[in-house]
Design a protein around this ligand. Structure first.
Ligand code: B12
Length: 378
């Protein structure tokens, strides 16, 4: 078994038998166009919530950073969208990418199993796996390998699977026959751009990630006031652009069963329980991909979702959070939510809290929430 073409065919067969939904192979040469795209995004401020810089752009556009002597990148996609639980009042929305046991575990074990078989074929270690774990522009290398095309939502769309797919790569020193990039594009379709409530997608295959609901639910600090009402009841990630994408709609929700919800509490968490999230209950959510930022951001997200529910029955739960949550971030967003609900009881709670609150940032949120012209009221 010597030719790169034969070896590529054998590796594709191995990958399919290990559960890959789609697989293509690309060259591992450094790509200055990819570097340019990342640097432009950083300069525009699109990635301001991420600590990406020129050094990241250089590493991410050069697979040899992952494995010296790299010649090929084996790119894999696995579909994850499983059936949507029904939306119920008082429940938060979680993206399908995060409601299962953390996808990194399944993807890493699949990639490692494939890589082990490749190492065995080569008779020595020739691989390095990546899935969100390395500075590597996964979408761009997948597009270059012809695994799919970059959509206007900036995600990779795979023929037959759509864009609700996870990507994983095996970088290897083996010289494998590369596949050609696709000529497909989104054409005139703007479904994802039109559905995004925050206007994060520009339609030219770039996005302002600081406006993306997925990013807003994952950021560590305060969610900008003007964007809070637009987050709706999403408490982790967002599926709007993928769900609106015609190739994804046509693919249906036939994701790998490993990505089915762990349970009701991870797929559509009760917002009052999420607002009080601590200890054992958080340990459960840590098994999913929504645990990595900690419990505080999830409590903050629950406060925003409750505010956007505009239900006066939620005032006592938000009052409790404003009075007793140990985190100023959560207390501040609970104050905002009370102002957004805007009932006489909510204002009374805010006025009482102003007399007790020690944190100046939270006092600012309370003041803004009591202000009748505050954007949250519109
Ligand atoms: C940071 C990050 C985010 C950030 C920023 C996303 C962004 N668009 O920049 C946030 C939190 C917003 C995010 C959200 C999501 N993410 Co994310 N994320 C990442 C991460 C860790 C890095 C991405 C990155 O470097 N962004 C910087 C931009 C500049 O690079 P890029 O998005 O890769 O875009 C490249 C291509 O577009 C390419 N390109 C190629 N041709 C062309 C042509 C033109 C004209 C242009 C302009 C660009 C271009 O240039 C860019 C640079 O290489 C990757 C893992 C990884 N290491 O790649 C996962 C990853 C991209 N995310 C993923 C997923 C699943 C999601 C969500 C769907 C999760 C969710 N449901 O909430 C959303 C999708 C939101 C969206 N529409 O992008 C998957 C993508 C799967 C796919 N089908 O594409 C990845 C690959 C993780 C994985 N291993 O599966 N994510």
């Amino acid at each position: 078994m010597t030719s790169g073409t034969e070896l590529a065919a054998v590796i594709k067969e191995i990958a399919r038998s290990c559960g890959a939904g789609a697989i293509r192979i690309g060259s591992a040469s450094q790509d200055l166009d990819i570097r340019k795209h990342i640097v432009s995004s950083i300069k525009r401020g699109d990635l301001a919530t991420w600590s990406y810089d020129d050094a990241y752009a250089s590493a991410a556009s050069d697979p040899a950073t992952q494995l010296p002597g790299a010649r090929s990148v084996i790119c894999i996609a696995v579909a994850y969208a499983t059936p949507v639980p029904c939306e119920r009042r008082g429940r938060g929305r979680v993206s399908a990418y995060a409601w299962s046991r953390d996808y990194h575990r399944r993807m890493q074990s699949m990639l490692r199993a494939i890589a082990a078989r490749i190492d065995e074929l080569a008779g020595e270690p020739v691989t390095r796996v990546a899935c969100d774990t390395a500075p590597l522009a996964e979408r761009a290398f997948a597009a270059r390998a012809g695994l799919g095309w970059i959509g206007k939502h900036t995600s990779l769309i795979v023929h037959g699977l759509g864009s609700a797919v996870f990507l994983g790569e095996i970088v290897t020193t083996l010289d494998l026959e590369p596949d050609a990039p696709l000529r497909t594009s989104c054409g005139a379709c703007t479904a994802c751009v039109d559905v995004c409530p925050t206007g994060a997608l520009r339609g030219d295959r770039t996005m302002d990630a600081t406006r993306c609901i997925s990013d807003l639910t994952q950021r560590r600090d305060a969610i900008p006031h003007a964007l809070r009402p637009l987050v709706g009841t999403w408490v982790w990630g967002c599926d709007l652009c993928n769900d609106a994408c015609p190739p994804s709609r046509n693919a249906g929700r036939a994701g790998d069963p490993a990505f089915a919800p762990l349970g009701e509490d991870t797929a559509e968490p009760d917002l009052h329980a999420l607002l009080r999230l601590r200890g054992r209950a958080f340990a459960r959510l840590r098994e999913t991909a929504m645990g990595w930022r900690g419990a505080t951001v999830l409590r903050r997200n629950a406060a925003v979702a409750l505010g956007n529910g505009l239900d006066r029955a939620d005032v006592p739960a938000l009052a409790e959070a404003l009075g007793a949550d140990p985190s100023p971030l959560v207390r501040g967003h609970a104050a905002w939510a009370l102002g957004r609900i805007g009932s006489p009881r909510a204002f009374a709670v805010l006025r009482a809290a102003a007399a007790e609150e020690p944190d100046s940032g939270v006092l600012g949120e309370i003041g803004a929430a009591l202000e009748p012209t505050h954007p949250s009221r519109r």
